[in-house]
Design a protein around this ligand. Sequence first.
Ligand code: SF4
Length: 370
Amino acid sequence: MRIRRRRSKVIKVGNVKLGGNNPVVIQSMAKTFTSDLVATVREIKELQKAGCQIVRLAVRNNKDAMALGKIKQCISIPLVADIHFDKNLAIKAIQSGVDKIRLNPGNIYKKNEVKEIAQAAGKAHIPIRVGVNSGSITRYPLLNNRYPKDMAQTMVRCTLDYIKLLEGTGFDDIVVSLKASDIFTTIKANQMIAERCNYPLHLGMTATGPTFIGIVKSAMVMGRLLSEGIGDTIRISLTDRAVQEVNIAYNILEALGLSNSRPGIISCPTCGRCEVDLIRLVKELDKRLSANSYQLSALPPKVAVMGCVVNGPGEARAADLGVAFGKKDGLLFRKGKAIRKIPFSKCVDVLLKELNKCVSLSRYNNSNYK
Ligand code: SF4
């Protein structure tokens, strides 16, 4: 099944396009102090290697703002400045050459301040993300520190107000996000805003909790919204290393058939019929595939790794590439045809070599592996 995406306005963040028919973009946020140039550039490079396409940095003070220009010179993915409370930091970030800024309507909302930032962003030809967050929305003037009865509706109202404020200054280079720590609120708010404006949507949740529950919540929210065609870029928030966020984002897109950056793995859970250490093999294959991201022009190839002959040959035949294990050896399948036996110890190397052939073919021929 192919997902029909909501057609939003196309917004450029550096050399990356959000919205329209462009692929869903993976982004993340560095966890270093932005003013720590060495650590921040190191983390951004790690993120990029894992497949991150846009990176955001927290700008808390002048020291952070001053570091942005230097960081930008050391990296090759678009840089977003995350601004709260202080409009002067927004102006400094824009002047330092960032590719987008994020404003929080819960703490920068005065008309004259928003106008000044919009004019600076307009002059620099960079977009602004209206980043509404349930945790800070109560500061928004219309709420007067009251917690709203219907958070999703309030977030939508706040977003539309802010869009109007920006559009009133002649600025419409806008991306929006509505994030809550509750899955139902996040889903409802995004479904509602998707119908009320045509700006690209940045999907995410906030404050998701420990890693595993954070992954589950994120997959539920992103899975629901993306399968409805809603969402142009995603950031997975985890109380964990940023590179994990990128890996989970990739896996969610891959599961939905929305990724064109890595081959996908299908593998069985193993059971008493499996006579090889399939769990170790699949972990190694995943690790080695995750070490590279590709920009494929077609759907990435799928590889099936199965523990025995019960479901093994069937799954292996249905994928572009597959292996079904017997006692020690596996039977290699290519496009449904049994090719040859391979020993367990050589399996990962053989699959990677075969996958590289698939990737080259889909990269250059605009078709899947033949
Ligand atoms: Fe068990 Fe075989 Fe199914 Fe794997 S494919 S779960 S080993 S029956």
